[in-house]
Ligand binder design. Structure first.
Ligand SMILES: Cc1cc2nc3c(=O)[nH]c(=O)nc-3n(C[C@H](O)[C@H](O)[C@H](O)COP(=O)(O)OP(=O)(O)OC[C@H]3O[C@@H](n4cnc5c(N)ncnc54)[C@H](O)[C@@H]3O)c2cc1C
Length: 349
């Protein structure tokens, strides 16, 4: 295939994952980002294969996990940086029922790749408040988001064009597939919640879900595992921890709040009474969807305009493989799964 010119708008995890797949297939990228990120940089970047609330496996985790492990580790080598950090997540059970469900799950074929067999020390674990025992998740990790975003953008800019600017949509001609008069084979929108300004995709049902995290420092909290109950406490090195996060639906306001901090600090008390100091507080907005599935696909009238959005609370887990599926859809004409495709919103399809 001849080299194609691809314009990508938005350099969060979505735009970067899309860029990486096009680059790997030999195409030429122009990546434009406003320089103001309100989601990918704020995210804790955690990869957790288990949904604790329901004690189920995360959606399509059997496919996403092996793919993302090789995607991030390969990308690390190319950037000569370290941002994919495996860490065990320890769930402190909230009820006896949760504990029994965990024990039941760990003995099934379906969960054996994701749950460590319980041991006596999990039951007696005493580095957090323990009423009902604890369980450890296998193959969990986190992406150090600031290192990831900085180093991958630097890598892209070595051989491709990276521009810090806010796209003025009136400078896009969808029929000619041009931006500022330059012709592109494809234009891919990865703006997160800012898609609300996009004239071709603004009706997509992306709902903003605000979330806050604290960064704390403590020399008493355990730093070789991420603790979880009501909130997560994620060790990020140097006695620092990211803690979070909150969920406030239907707001574009990404200011930090007193209520957000209070909620997180209260949730910490379910895990530990260890002393700590809050050193930072951040807020961002997740691009969520009502049916909790991404919104990916091609505009029904303009075949060169595409959307990659709606990654919700799990962008770092979903983006690597979904970006591959999107790029194969664009370059090879492969059909997108109905579950992720925007075609599910178009009646009678
Ligand atoms: C508090 C919090 C905690 C989270 N924790 C996790 C977690 O532990 N694990 C996980 O996987 N996910 C987590 N997430 C979710 C994750 O952050 C999102 O799924 C992901 O960041 C979405 O990425 P995106 O690239 O689609 O959007 P964004 O990161 O919002 O990127 C969109 C980009 O588009 C650019 N842009 C928008 N409009 C324009 C324009 N007109 N011109 C130019 N550029 C434009 C913006 O500048 C921005 O950089 C969390 C989110 C929050 C808020």
């Amino acid at each position: 295939m001849e080299q194609q010119k691809i314009l990508i708008i938005g350099a969060g995890i979505s735009g970067i994952a899309i860029a990486k797949h096009f680059i790997d297939r030999g195409h030429s990228i122009t990546l434009i980002d406003s320089g103001i990120n309100r989601s990918s940089i704020i995210a804790a970047g955690m990869i957790n294969p288990i949904v604790f609330r329901r004690m189920t496996k995360s959606w399509r985790v059997d496919e996403f996990l092996p793919y993302l492990e090789s995607f991030y580790t390969q990308f690390e080598k190319e950037c000569n940086e370290s941002f994919f950090i495996p860490i065990t997540i320890r769930r402190m059970f909230s009820t006896e029922q949760e504990r029994s469900l965990w024990i039941e799950r760990q003995n099934t074929e379906n969960f054996k790749d994701y749950i460590f067999p319980s041991t006596e020390s999990d039951d007696k674990y005493d580095a957090a408040f323990n009423q009902f025992g604890s369980g450890r998740v296998k193959r969990s990790a986190y992406i150090s988001t600031s290192i990831f975003l900085e180093s991958t953008k630097k890598w892209i800019s070595q051989n491709h064009t990276l521009i810090t600017d806010t796209i003025n949509y009136t400078n896009i001609d969808p029929a000619q597939s041009t931006y500022n008069g330059n012709v592109y084979d494809h234009i891919i929108f990865c703006e997160g919640v800012e898609v609300r300004n996009n004239p071709w995709f603004q009706n997509m049902p992306i709902n903003p879900t605000q979330g806050e995290t604290l960064t704390i420092t403590s020399d008493s909290i355990i730093d070789n595992e991420s603790l979880n109950r009501k909130c997560f406490i994620l060790p990020i090195g140097n006695n620092e921890f990211k803690v979070g996060s909150t969920y406030v639906w239907d707001t574009y306001n990404s200011d930090i709040t007193v209520a957000g901090r209070a909620e997180i600090e209260k949730n910490i008390t379910y895990l530990t009474a260890a002393p700590y100091t809050v050193i930072d507080q951040n807020a961002g907005i997740r691009p969520t969807t009502l049916d909790r599935r991404p919104l990916i696909g091609t505009h029904p009238s303009f075949s060169n305009l595409h959307l990659f959005n709606g990654l919700g609370a799990k962008g770092y887990m979903l983006a690597p493989l979904l970006a591959k599926e999107m790029v194969e859809h664009i370059l090879d004409g492969k059909l997108l799964d109905k579950e992720i495709s925007i075609s599910r919103l178009i009646k009678n399809k």
